[in-house]
Design a protein around this ligand. Sequence first.
Ligand SMILES: [Zn+2]
Ligand SMILES: [Zn+2]
Length: 856
Amino acid sequence: MNERYEPKSVEPRWQARWEEAGAFRAGRRPGAEKRYVLEMFPYPSGAMHMGHGRVYTIGDALARHLRMRGYDVLHPIGFDALGLPAENAAIKDGRHPGERTRENIVAFRAEMKRLGFSFDWDREIATCDPEYYRWNQWFFLKMLERGIVTRREGKANWCTGCQTVIANEQVVEGDRCERCESPVVEKVIPEWAFRITAFAQELLDGLDGLGEWPERVTTMQRNWIGRSDGADVDFAVPGQAPLRVFTTRVDTIHGCTYAVLAPEHPLVEKVTVPERLAEVRAFVERMRRTDVLERTGEGAPKEGVFTGAFAVNPFTGEKVPVWIANFVLAGYGTGAVMSVPAHDQRDFEFAKKYGLPIRVVIQPARGERIAGPDALAAAYPDDGVLEASGPFTGLTSAEARRKMSAHAEAKGFGKAEVRWHLRDWGFSRQRFWGTPIPVVYCPEHGMVPVPEKDLPVVLPEKAIITGTGEPPLAKVPEFVNTTCPRCGKPARREVETMDTFVDSSWYYARYLSPRDATRPFDPAEAKRWLPVDVYVGGPEHAVMHLLYFRFWHRVMRLLGLVQEDEPCRRLVTQGIVNGPDGRKMSKRWGNVVTPGPMVDRYGADTLRLFILFAAPPEKDIDWSDEQVDGLFRFLARVWRLFHARQDCFGTSHRGGASAPPSPPLAPGQPHPAAPALAFDAALAQAAGDALELRRRTHRTIKRVTEGFEAELKFNTGIAALMELVNALYAFEPKADPERAAVREALVALAALLAPFAPHVAEELWHEVLGPAARARLLADEPWPAFDPALVAADTVTIAVQVNGKLRGEVQVAVAAGEAEVRALAEAEARVKAHLAGKTVRKVIFVPKRLMNFVVG
Ligand SMILES: [Zn+2]
Ligand SMILES: [Zn+2]
């Protein structure tokens, strides 16, 4: 063994050994319980960034730990390989996106391997392979049959310069094209959509069962799905169609003093009086160019203009002025609201600003009264009891909502209504590097789906990607020109491709049988492995990806492919790795640190240890050269420790007769259950400092183990390992029991390090156990177990007497009370024998010393 810690000579060797042994293949322990550990798969850009480094290191530590706990672990990886960046690059240099993507995958895979991630590489997938995306097409056809895929009118960003639809992320400065800087306008075009709204209630209800997801994420999904229970009410507008408002507070309608339309509402042009038209149009135009978040955000000032029109409140017959305002959106509800300033803070601020009347119609239930309109400092938004509300006065808000909705329905001017924030998922894109949508257009038969047997519809080898004009696929005649599956006459293929969120909606299931040529995946494998037990990824995916992923799983259940409702049990969202200056890493700040050069400099183990030690997974971390240096020095210190304590595990102490060489694990062989820690007879004689060391070892095992459970706290586990190393340096073994205690500590240390710094852990493990361990990898070894008696913070021995005669003793925590000691004492075999068949008349307990059972 080298005295110097040189990761370069250690890491590639163990990576090769793991690969040879197939150590990370899922399905090696068919008899064991399964665990599916998944990280969000990467888009293969040229080099890995630190965010990738973090997400895969977190998942890998978990996967390695679970394998050592005896589970059959599935830990797959693949590439989210279709998408815009490759296409944009192609616009610049004319290379086929496929060519570039393949190169990137090769580079990316090599980087991942250097970090020692324990992936089952046999299951690797890339979504740009026709063998993958053909199943996107298959799902499309199945959903089309069931009406889950529809064709609708959708709004798109149209670049007036490029003459093409561009993505939201390509629109800069509100309304400019990122590429040509021409104005971008909204254009209505036909598009394909998944009817995710048909699943809205299910997706909402399902959130209740996701107790192991971060609450932040489920809350975001809840809001995004956004169920509102309320009522539609029609306000008559003379000479026009009625103005339909949606409100969740119809109980306050007698306090309505004005109505507000979204600037985009079709009625705006129709109701605005001629003398106000210019001002209204200018406002509408300005709003059209303002970002939605900016318009409606928490701190955004409320602003609007009066249209000059009035609408009639059907409950009171009163005319109220009609305004337009920034905070009402066309896409929510009906795009029109009734405003009740006394009972809605937003309406209150608006009314104060524009001098609109305020009328109180709700009072708190318990005899209190809120201030009158003039003295009111803020809206009173809570439920209460109605006043000044005609026949509904005196009802509670809840009763009133029910009765007033029914009244509106009976009178024909409204009804109870549920509205959703969730919209259908428009997924057609005018791009090249995506899954072709498998339909053709026949002059005679219109849209005709491509028959299943003709899948996949493959992307052409030739790509004409200019970023302007028609969609790229339309420019490849060999692709476009085809025949109608029904009549065989000439027809044109759909030239739009699918949103790449389609690819990531079900990839976790493809890993289950990635080479299956007859179906998307094997349902029997799904039964074995799903749902995903732990999913690790960035919190930025809270609503789009993670909602589509849940939606798709439900579609797969409808198709009989999976059995459960939800795709994933536990979600871990990891924080960001910032630059050394605490700012987000960016070329602009010159603070980018990437994994590759760090592995060159320090080795993968140090980088992994830094990532896991800097903070718990969900917290942001700042890159720190000093901390990375410190962790490298820690590993070097561990390395030297094993070297310095070779006398503790020299030949005479190695395993000996009680620890026969362990054979390599064959596939299907059960995981060794017995922890291999305490097989030295000499350990039993450890006393004084040696016993103290043993206690520390077992407490460390407990702390590291707990760091993998409930809340993930790898950092406290690693801190415990550091303390153990300090203790080992401070301890000078002289006799056999002491050497045995050191040996026990070192064995535990190597095993506990394995999920964090797997290469150095393997090396040291094989060093400490010698020939006994040579054949079996640490990755296959059981996770160490702790002895509960040794982990109690401080323990004392209590003598147990029966009628004054010593019959046994028990080890308990210093603080243990009478009941705890009694329970332990009664369980002692000899004590039990002496108590059998007798009645305990009295128990004398002297804390920390003695317990005497007086029996008769
Ligand atoms: Zn443009
Ligand atoms: Zn036809």
